[in-house]
Design a protein around this ligand. Sequence first.
Ligand code: PMP
Ligand code: GLN
Length: 379
Amino acid sequence: RTSKIRNQKDSIFTIMGQLAHKYNATDLSQGFPNFETDDYLKELVTKAMKAGHNQYAPMAGVLKLRERIAEKIESLYGRKYNPETEVTVTNGATQAIYSAITAFVQKNDEVIVFKPAYDSYEPTIKLNGGIPVLIQLKGAQFTIDWTEVAKKITSRTRMIIINTPHNPSGTVLSKEDMLQLESLLKNTDIILLSDEVYEHLVFDDNKHHSAAIFSGLAERAIICASFGKTFHNTGWKTGYCVAPSALMKEIRKVHQFAVFCVNHPMQHAYAEYLKDPQHYLQLGSFYQEKRDKFLKLMKSTKFRAKASAGTYFQVMDYSEITNEGDVEFSERLIKEYKLATIPISVFNIDNKDNLQLRFCFAKTDETLEKAAEILNDIK
Ligand code: PMP
Ligand code: GLN
């Protein structure tokens, strides 16, 4: 007998991370900041530890934190979630996604996934016996063709997963997109899994349209978020999901046996830190500056880009340099030039001619300058 997941390869983030380390490369691959999280937040963690919050947390999360999460959502998106029954603190958004899919997707259920997609969705669906129904995002703007989505919905469709702002493309779904989705899902029992981990990282005139805003979506939506992304501490692996209580009840049944609860002192620290909305409201302008700096530096290279609308990723086209595949080219970049990026094709796209790489610009100015210096050398 063999394992259920025997054909699964290592995640690209593991592969690129290891290669970056091996070749001592400048690392713009995996999405994490290479600068420090706020000292004040670290002090709050220490304070929570010293106050004795070092044993298991409550299963659904520290209530004070769940209350702060509900307040934040209400102030930003105008919807009230009950902290007791509709908010759960998870081990990063990844575990929220895992628990949500595991709770609802059964053998042969279909789940609509837009590709390129964050790499955890598809294996989790398959692990639960579900069938990923993949729909390609269209064109250079990676937009959704809603007519195609309508055609792919069947009586077996159990769930649809959206991700806005979108990793890897940096595209932000418009209000019109959300309304189209709302009208498509009306009178169905399809669950919406809305991955909104980059909700605060939105640039220029773009706006984040959370599923929480739209009644017809919120009533069926499991919304996932990540403090790691928001507060520059991906290594603390803390996130959460919110959903109507009937859905959340089922998610918690998975959660209690997957992890039971997540780290305790961090939850107290985040609850205190969330008291000041500036801690997340300034994030968009902070990363917009990083994006602009990176794009300015890249102007003199042969990489071409349409500015990312959200996330801390920038997709760049390298067709002026070579027509080799993105996996090959990214490997060559690490080995010959000591620069690590992420090839887009690993996020599951059909297009074999796709000549694009993803760069993470959540890096110090020094790292961005170093990367540009290397990329300027590539002729
Ligand atoms: N969703 C998307 C789209 C992501 O890019 C990531 C990765 N950071 C996650 C979910 C997972 O977030 P976390 O690190 O909180 O598990
Ligand atoms: N979300 C991060 C990225 O896209 C990686 C998270 C992970 O390694 N699973 O780079």
